[in-house]
Every structure is written in C-alpha cells, then in structure tokens.
Design a binder for this molecule. Structure first.
Ligand code: C2E
Ligand code: MG
Ligand code: MG
Length: 598
C-alpha cells in the first residue's frame, strides 16, 4: 500500500514538475555572506597613522572596517590614499592628530550579509557606487567582511550563464553547454580519437505526447533524463538536445566502453515508466560515434558537430533496423549525412552574388504604447540543394570563411532601403540589424553603417544595431569605440542575448548601449521559475536606473508576456507577437496582434 502511494506520488506530473523547478532553483543566487572576505576591524578612535602603517605593512590589505558609536564604515586603501594626498584638505601634516573616525563616511554604503548578489548588483548600479569594495554587515550592523564589486558582477554573470546552459525541463546541460564543454576539453588536450558521442532518441515519444498530453510527455522526458544521467559514468556529460533527443559525451573511451554505456542506456529505458497511474513501456535507440572513426574528412565541422552528426546517422540507422538498440557505423560515408557546412561554404558566395538571400522582419512591441515601434531583420536563405539554411548555420559559416562582411553589407543596405520604403509609406518603424562579432572587430564598421544610412536618406534613428555580449567582450575597446561613434550619431545599440555571456551587468558600465535584450533561454522560464523571475526583475530595475530600456525576446506565451509587463519590461518580441516574415506580409497589422493568434 505504502509503495503504491509512493509510486502514485512520483507519477503525478505536476509533482515531478515541482521537483524540477526546485532543482533548477539550485542554480542558486549566493548571498553576500558567502562571498565575504575577512576584514580587520578598528574603532573610530584609532589613529590614522596606525592604520596607514597596517596598509603599508600588508600590500594585500584592501580595506579595514571601522566601528564607532552605533555606526560602521569602510576605509579602503584608495580612500585613505586620496585623503592623505592633500587635495582634500587633509595633508600628511594632519596625520599625527587625525583619527580614523574623522575621515570615513559613517553609515555609508553597507550591505546586509543576507542580501543576494542580485540585490547587491542592482543597488551598486542604482547608487553609482565608485568604490571597488563594499562592506557587508550582519543584522546588528557588525562588520562581517568585504566583497569586491568585481566579484559581485562576475558572480551575477555566472548565475545567468548557468541558467542559459541548462535545459529548462530536465535541468540537464543543453546543446550549448555540450558544445562549450566539448570544445574546452579538446582545447585542453583531450584525445579526440578517444572521444565518443552517443545520440539518444526515445522511441515512441510523440505518441505519448499526442495521446496522454504534454504534461505526461514532460514527465516522461524528465523520468527518462534521470535514468540517463544515472546510466552514464561520473565523468560523462549527458545533455538534452531538444524534444526527445539526448546526447552523451564520453571522454577517454575505446569502442567497447562507449558501446557498453550505450547498451546500458538502451537497457534502463526499457523498465516501465509510471505516468498518470499507468505503467508505460518505452525504449530508446542510441547511435554511437567514435572520434577515431572520423579522421580528417570532417575538417570543416567542429569535432563535436561532426561526432553528433555521425552519431545521429548511426541512431537513425539503428531505428530503421528496429529501434531499442545501439547503432554503430564505422565509415562516415555510411551515415549518408552530407557535409552540410561544407556545402553551405561552397554555395554561399554565389547565393550572395545572385541575390538569393532574403530578410525577414520580426516586430518588437512596445508595451506602454501597445505599438510596434521597430522590427528586427533576420537573414533567410533557401537553397535548392540545401533546403532552408538557418540564420545560425549561415552566419557561423560566413564568419569562418570571411563572407560575413559581404553578408553584413548586404543586410545593412537591404535593411536601410526597407526602412526608407516604410518611412515613405508613413510607417516610422526602425529596423534593427544583427551585427556579428567579426564585423564589430573590423575598424570600419561605424563608418560603413553611417554611410549606408546616408545613402538610403533615412534618419539614423531608423536603424538599430544588435550586438551580442560575446562579441562585445571579444575586443571591448575596439567594440566600445565603434559603438560610441554609432550612438553619438543617433543609431541605437542593443545588447542582444543578454544573460548568456560573462559578467553581464559589469559590462554595462563600459559599453555604450541603449537597450538590453534578455535572451530567450531566460525568458523561457520566467513564468515557471521564481528564481529566474527575480533575477530578471533585478536586471530590469538596474537597467532602468542606468537609463536603459529592456526588451525580452522569445516570448511565446501570454503568461510570459504578463509577467514581463508586471516586472516593468519595456518591449517584447517573440512568436506570440509575430514571427519573422517578409516585409510585405508584415503590412497586415492583424498578424501582429497577440489576441488574434491561437
Ligand atoms: P537573435 O538576433 O537573438 O534572433 C532571435 C532568434 O530567435 C531568431 O532566429 C528568431 O527567428 C528566433 N525567435 C524569435 N522569436 C522567437 C520565439 O518566440 N521563440 C523562439 N523559439 N524563437 C524565436 P534566427 O532568425 O534563426 O536567427 C538566429 C540568430 O542568427 C540571431 O539571433 C542572430 O544572432 C543571427 N542572425 C540572424 N540574422 C542575422 C544577420 O543578418 N546577420 C548576423 N550577423 N546575424 C544574424
Ligand atoms: Mg537579434
Ligand atoms: Mg537574441
């Protein structure tokens, strides 16, 4: 009886969901207490000379905490040096008489130890604090320690990244994280020949979704993801690629070991799953690809891409052979997978020359006015041999082959011409273009953009530039200089994919941007995960204080829209508002009204 009860409990999909969000909430935002460095404490009556001595004796000493009558303060090395330099009225001559309490700012910026990083980051941005360190105090205002401001911003960046690198439903690493970890390990000398990828597909998943509903489908994916994680070895990396497809990265294995892990996954998938009080039997098919099989023929693909593609081929092969098994193909040709990237590389120059590329435009909705104010241009290419080539694939290849500049120029001119056409029709939509890190690194970008605006005869305000965090980080000085020039001319710069790069908030202090665009991986959880909603709320308030506006991308559900609205987000973009479409189809305003979509 008891065990039946337990099963029923586990099988309830809403319960399982709860477990998931607690798990994701384990992407925890640390509290200041945990990051505090110890700090010496002195009283306000201590002689300044004595404290100066301590700083001289210990070059690593950043600051001392000062306590007085019911008040606390922080004396940093920088502050002391400024005071003693004479410019502020205290010369060294006064040193013999002065007390520490005379030069500190009592009850200045102090942060409670139980504040989270998010609280601290928004407050620092809000107050425009210039100090390098902040004082952390406990409930009785006793000093606990100091935290460098740089650490606060770095940690906030890491929390965002952690969220963006995990699959929303299962909490497993997502494709992006697999890519990053794979590349990292290869760069650190892992033997590519002894690397393997398992491509795991759950058989008959769609049927569960269709007959039992999405909740049951989610619960099944979750239960399976747990088994998968339990079936691999501690050093293997199991992740979810999307839908019912998973991948496992194995390092330092031979053929036999990789196949053994694959067989174990096939095995654990066969035990019944309990969903909705029903026992459900499913199976999994696994494709195995060994680094050693690939040789040099795949040099245009990243090793992980090549392995995934190969393992995918092996999995499909095994499915055709009857599912619930491990597939292994040793010759790359046998997978029948064309080297897509190589083909893209080959056909792109001609497509550019012959004008085969198109731009689609996706509306951005300003929440306050309920108006479409701007549209984002996204490149589209359908090739007769390749079929649809996604913007991501296309841009990645163009960046690697140097075609990105020609592509970027074409996008720029096409977008400006379109903005002009809309203006002439009386629609004042600005057009946002995406600019690749490679373009941003080339010094001529700002003048090229301004020349294109000029040629089209539009106001600079009608063009916006979206840059990604990673691109800005690549060469921050070069990027910053070009972006300053553009902003000064009236071209607004948006920071795209915000929350997926490092030290996000800290960068805002250095880059001239007008708008933050919160990445869809974070927006995707805003209506289900409280911790994420809180993070976003902190980011939005910090951004507003800095005079920036905030747009959220990838908004697909009304619940996300409502949440964003209540958090004070300025604009939204996503399938709920409108999909990217050719300019002509955008003319129908009904296609942009959320209420008209199902
Ligand atoms: P991005 O700039 O962050 O663009 C957002 C992507 O999310 C677009 O994918 C868009 O179609 C998609 N999207 C929009 N709303 C939703 C939604 O509600 N749900 C979901 N799941 N997706 C949504 P797309 O067009 O495939 O572009 C991918 C990326 O490729 C872009 O990310 C951008 O970084 C890059 N890209 C696109 N066009 C260009 C271009 O002309 N030049 C450069 N350099 N990069 C481009
Ligand atoms: Mg964009
Ligand atoms: Mg984006």
């Amino acid at each position: 009886m008891a065990s039946h009860h337990l099963l029923a409990h586990i099988a309830d999909p809403s319960d399982v969901k709860d477990t998931v969000s607690t798990e994701l909430a384990s992407v925890r935002v640390p509290m200041l207490r945990e990051l505090s460095l110890p700090v010496p404490v002195v009283t306000g009556r201590t002689r300044l000379r004595e404290v100066e001595r301590s700083f001289l004796d210990d070059p690593d000493l950043r600051a001392v905490a000062v306590i007085g009558d019911g008040a606390t303060a922080l004396l940093t090395r920088l502050h002391l040096e400024t005071m003693l330099s004479g410019r502020l009225g205290f010369g060294r001559a006064l040193l013999s008489r002065a007390l520490v309490g005379d030069i500190v700012m009592w009850n200045g910026a102090q942060f409670p130890a139980d504040h989270t990083l998010r609280d601290a980051a928004s407050e620092i941005l809000a107050r425009g604090l210039r100090d390098d360190d902040v004082l952390v105090v406990d409930a009785d205002r006793e000093p606990v320690g100091i935290v460098p401001v740089a650490v606060i911003f770095r940690e906030v960046g890491l929390v965002f990244r952690e969220i963006a690198l995990r699959d929303q439903l299962t909490g497993l690493p997502n494709r992006r994280m697999l890519d990053e970890r794979g590349a990292e390990l290869l760069a650190n000398g892992v033997d590519p020949g002894r690397m393997a990828v398992l491509y795991v597909d759950l058989d008959g998943f769609k049927q569960v979704n269709d007959t039992l509903g999405h909740q049951a489908g989610d619960a099944l994916l979750l239960a399976f993801s747990r088994r998968l994680a339990g079936a691999v070895r501690p050093n293997d990396l199991a992740g979810r690629l999307g839908g019912d497809e998973f991948a496992v990265l194995l390092f330092d294995v031979d053929d036999g070991e990789a196949t053994a892990v694959a067989d174990r996954i096939v095995e654990v998938a066969q035990h019944p799953f309990s969903l909705h009080d029903t026992q459900l039997r499913r199976s999994a098919t696994v494709g195995v690809a060994m680094g050693a099989d690939l040789g040099v023929s795949s040099s245009v693909l990243s090793p992980l891409d090549a392995l995934l593609q190969h393992a995918d081929g092996a999995m499909l092969h095994a499915k055709r052979a009857g599912k619930a098994r491990t597939g292994r193909i040793t010759e790359p040709e046998a997978t029948g997978a064309p080297e897509r990237r190589a083909l893209i590389r080959l056909r792109l120059p001609e497509a550019l020359q012959q004008g085969r590329l198109r731009l689609h435009y996706q509306p951005k909705l300003e929440l306050r006015s309920g108006q479409i104010t701007s549209v984002e241009a996204l490149v589209r290419w359908t090739d007769e041999q390749l079929g649809q080539v996604s913007a991501g694939e296309l841009v990645a290849v163009a960046e690697n082959t140097g075609h990105i500049n020609a592509l970027g120029d074409w996008v720029l001119h096409t977008a400006c011409a379109q903005a002009r056409r809309w203006r002439d029709e009386g629609r004042n939509w600005s057009v946002a273009i995406n600019v690749s890190p490679v373009q941003l690194a080339a010094p001529g970008l700002a003048s090229t953009v301004l020349a294109a605006i000029d040629a089209a005869g539009i106001a600079p305000q009608l063009l916006q530039i979206e840059v990604t965090e990673s691109s800005a980080v690549l060469d921050i000085d070069q990027a910053s200089e070009q972006l300053h020039e553009l902003q000064a001319a009236g071209v607004l710069v948006h920071l795209d994919d915000f929350g997926t790069g490092y030290s996000s908030l800290a960068m805002l202090r250095r880059l001239p941007v007008s708008t933050l665009k919160i990445d869809q991986s974070i927006v995707g959880r805003i209506d289900s995960d409280q911790a994420d909603a809180e993070l976003i709320s902190g980011v939005i308030s910090a951004a507003h204080i800095l005079g920036l506006t905030v747009i959220a991308e990838g908004v697909e559900r009304p619940s996300q829209l409502e949440r964003l609205r209540s958090l004070g987000c300025d604009s939204v973009q996503g399938y709920l508002i409108g999909r990217p479409q050719p300019a002509l189809e955008l003319d129908d305003p009904r296609s942009m009204m959320p209420a008209q979509r199902s």
